[in-house]
Design a protein around this ligand. Structure first.
Ligand code: NAD
Length: 354
């Protein structure tokens, strides 16, 4: 593995912890990008990385993304992320989770973990047996915490409505055609909310059965994953993988708006500008998909302060997502800069790196 400070993704990260525990076999990286606004919060990704460089790349890039996301969501939290390097069978044991909990605890609250790809609520419970600096724990009815995806979906739904109003001048989404890529936890939640207000939906998932079942339940159309990006629609909502907006896919888009929850949708820096050149309104992913981190961060902060987890505050903060998006789009139109650049600059200012 090369030195992290020579990595292209190194961005003045405050600390990078390499964790190895011989007894359990745990190998992990904890990246703290910024604690300017508070403890660095961001989930742990459990993944089999054929090359260790890819794990470092993920930790550096995703932790910076969390700094931006938490700052733009108005949370008193910095940004961090951890990756646990699993073997090719994705072996994850209680002993590894305990050793990982000990490593987080040794950081004395500088880093707070939660669920990410490959993690379950139960994993967070196991980690919490060794440290209190963990969120996304099971929540009682009406409390913040638990599975963050319904809150992520709620924020994306409100963001889509704001985009439709901003670009199409329509204050409801009745009859608005949304093409939705990915019918998992987030995508299916967004689809249900859209359907409940009369949007027309076309959905796709690599798990074709999942897409068909969702389409049947909501009266939507299901298409293949090859076709979803070129469906003629009002809104394209990516809720599957990152890096789906590249030279090839952007050339095929037939939409006025891109607004969805997948992290890191733009393959690289120039693709935000390409969307703007095609006059497609883009909702920066880390702004529109912040509902889940708002939920679990408030769960953590309430617990630390010995207060009840206030679900109304979660909702109020999620309702600020469209406000923030409008600010970005207005600034983008005034400055001529693409919305992803405007969002990055706002976030950098908020974390003291403007
Ligand atoms: P998930 O695993 O529940 O769902 C992802 C879905 O995408 C699956 O149904 C999968 O089959 C499908 N998929 C994968 N590749 C695809 C492709 N090429 N075309 C179409 N479908 C494909 O995950 P999720 O929790 O719903 O998260 C979805 C996205 O949202 C991810 O990028 C995640 O990082 C991001 N995100 C999630 C949350 C959250 O609260 N869960 C928060 C912020 C961001």
């Amino acid at each position: 593995m090369t030195a992290f400070w020579t990595e292209a993704d190194y961005d003045e990260h405050e600390r990078i912890e390499f964790v190895h525990d011989r007894e359990s076999g745990l190998t992990a990286i904890i990246a703290v990008h910024s604690t300017h606004l508070g403890p660095a919060a961001g989930g742990t990704r459990f993944w089999h990385y054929p090359q260790a460089e890819a794990a470092m790349h993920d930790a550096l890039r995703l932790s910076r993304g969390m700094s931006y996301k938490n700052a733009m969501a108005g949370l008193p939290m910095g940004g961090g992320k951890a990756v646990m390097l699993l073997d090719s069978k994705n072996t994850k044991t209680m002993e590894m989770l305990h050793a990982f909990g000990d490593a987080i605890d040794a950081l004395c609250g500088a880093y707070v973990t939660a669920e990410d790809v490959g993690a379950s609520v139960q994993d967070m419970v196991t980690i919490s047996e060794r440290t209190r600096h963990v969120c996304g724990l099971p929540a009682a009815e009406g409390d913040a915490g638990g599975d963050p995806s319904p809150y992520t979906a709620m924020g994306i739904f409100l963001g889509i409505k704001a985009a439709v109003s901003h670009r199409l001048g329509k204050d409801d989404i009745e009859g608005v055609h949304v093409a939705l890529q990915g019918c998992g936890n987030v995508g299916s939640g967004v689809a249900r909310l859209l359907a409940s207000e009369g949007a027309r939906l076309t959905v796709a998932d690599i798990n074709a059965e999942r897409a068909k079942a969702l389409a049947a339940a909501l009266g939507a159309d299901a298409v293949s994953t090859d076709d979803i990006l070129s469906v003629e629609c009002d809104v394209l909502s990516p809720n599957a993988l990152g890096a789906i907006l590249d030279d090839e896919s952007i050339a095929k888009l037939s939409t006025s708006i891109v607004a969805g929850g997948a992290n890191n949708q733009l393959r690289n820096g120039r693709h935000g500008a390409m969307l703007a050149e095609r006059d497609i309104l883009y909702a920066p992913d880390y702004v529109i998909n912040a509902g889940g981190i708002i939920d679990v961060a408030l769960e953590y902060l309430a617990r630390e302060q010995g207060k009840p987890c206030d679900i109304d505050e979660v909702r109020e903060r999620i309702e600020q997502i469209p406000v923030r998006l409008r600010e970005i789009w207005n600034e983008s139109e005034e400055s001529g800069l693409s919305s992803d650049i405007v969002a990055d600059r706002m976030a950098q200012k908020l974390i003291g790196r403007g």
